[in-house]
Ligand binder design. Structure first.
Ligand SMILES: Cc1cc2nc3c(=O)[nH]c(=O)nc-3n(C[C@H](O)[C@H](O)[C@H](O)COP(=O)(O)OP(=O)(O)OC[C@H]3O[C@@H](n4cnc5c(N)ncnc54)[C@H](O)[C@@H]3O)c2cc1C
Length: 388
């Protein structure tokens, strides 16, 4: 694709940057009111609140260059808090496989950020091998209602979510990929218990969700019974593309260099130390290579293609790069990064360094672990076959 920006692209870049400046959060402002106004204003620009949605569903219908510009401009801005599960993950599934009724019922609230969704895929015995999931959904005799029983784990933000999209087993007689059914239900339904899991970095983002006799009307099933695996896989590819975080890494890398320059080493700085400089240079080269891969993926998306198995390359390399940036930031902060608590010790950027580093361990696990991405790349991108 052509990444030379045309006069129209440059005008668009100015428009985006002006929008971000005009709608930036002002200290003291009511955060929630600002957040909702930001999305409203972005919607009024013609789908800027849902940049990746197709035009027929209210998206902006941008060219690849415009997507590229949006990503780069927004990476260094403070954007309103947003979860990926509704707009980025469930919405594409609804658009492709949901009925017109389901689209009309769920998409407007997803778009308006009125309803928070969470993702009920993983189970205690089904993570990488997701298809072995056991949460059972039994259809009533009259064919109106499913009764769901089982346990979901690592469910991000389940404690604040209003609804869950959930993979359930409706048949275990055939291949494990068959007999999986994709259901949607409210988190306040009777029979749902959410308990927190506190991760290494000390944060509460993930949960265990216990489902006991949860009743789900058949209208809340996406597509056909037993075909959920197909829908779930499509969603994972959208999830993986979104996890690469390339624009954010470009900003974080620039910040890392600035931080390293502020650490004095005699007459020079940490950034001048060959060992450190080499690691930063390697990171920079890898990030640039990934940026080009992302541009290719944007070009095919703009030509109408859904993300394919190449999204595993973006996920794998993107998350490894994010971890390397966190690790070098930790190194640059040295001992000060280990300070745990509200009071900063040493250079300002070192605050929370250790928590950030520990939390970043999860990047190469969620959305499918790195080993699994390598498997997908080997089979579906490189076309390799397992030797007998
Ligand atoms: C912070 C965080 C947030 C998450 N949020 C969600 C969420 O919102 N919703 C949700 O459904 N899930 C979520 N997950 C779950 C996540 O998708 C799983 O943790 C992930 O798929 C790995 O599964 P597992 O933890 O069961 O590990 P396992 O599958 O047991 O894997 C353990 C190790 O074995 C390796 N391994 C497994 N199979 C293979 C293989 N075939 N070849 C080579 N190596 C292999 C893995 O790479 C890994 O290193 C989250 C996880 C984390 C850490």
């Amino acid at each position: 694709m052509d990444i030379n920006l045309s006069a129209e692209d440059l005008a668009f870049q100015d428009e985006v940057s002006q929008f971000l400046e005009e709608h930036a959060y002002k200290p003291g402002e009511d955060y929630n009111a600002w957040r909702m106004n930001w999305f409203k204003a972005a919607a009024e620009k013609g789908g800027w609140d849902v940049p990746k949605w197709p035009k027929e569903f209210g998206g902006p219908g941008w060219t690849p260059n415009q997507h590229y510009i949006w990503e780069r401009e927004t990476a260094s801005a403070v954007l309103p808090w947003d979860l990926p599960f509704g707009v980025g993950m469930l919405a594409p599934v609804l658009m492709r496989y949901g009925s017109r009724e389901q689209q009309d019922r769920f998409l407007p609230d997803i778009r308006a950020r009125k309803v928070n969704w969470c993702q009920g895929y993983s189970e205690p015995g089904a993570g990488s091998d997701l298809a072995s999931l056991k949460t059972k959904a039994e259809l009533s005799q009259d064919g109106t209602t499913y009764t769901v029983n089982g346990t979901k784990i690592w469910t991000t933000m389940a404690h604040i979510a209003d609804w869950i999209f959930c993979l359930t087993r409706t048949d275990d007689s055939g291949k494990k990929q068959e007999g999986i059914t994709f259901l949607l239900f409210p988190m306040k339904d009777p029979g749902i218990e959410v308990t927190p899991i506190i991760t290494l970095g000390g944060a509460h983002t993930v949960n265990t969700v216990y489902l006991s006799d949860v009743k789900v009307p058949v209208e809340n099933r996406i597509g056909e019974e037993g075909k959920g695996w197909t829908y779930a896989k499509g969603l994972l590819q959208h999830e993986r593309t979104g996890l690469a975080g390339i624009s954010r890494s470009l900003v974080a890398l620039a910040q890392l260099k600035e931080n390293a320059r502020s650490i004095k080493r005699g007459n020079a700085s940490l950034m001048d130390e060959p060992a450190f400089k080499t690691k930063v240079a390697r990171l920079e080269v890898d990030l640039q290579a990934l940026e080009f891969t992302e541009l290719r993926s944007l070009a095919s998306a703009a030509a109408g293609a859904a993300p394919g198995p190449e999204s595993s390359i973006l996920k794998l390399k993107g998350t490894e790069i994010q971890q390397r940036i966190q690790k070098l930031t930790l190194e640059a902060g040295g001992l000060h990064s280990a300070a745990w608590g509200a009071k900063p010790v040493g250079p300002g950027f070192a605050k929370g360094g250790m928590q950030g580093y520990l939390s970043s361990r999860a990047y190469t696990i969620y959305g499918g672990a790195s080993e699994v991405q390598r498997d997908v790349i080997a089979k579906n991108v490189l076309g390799l076959k397992r030797s007998k």
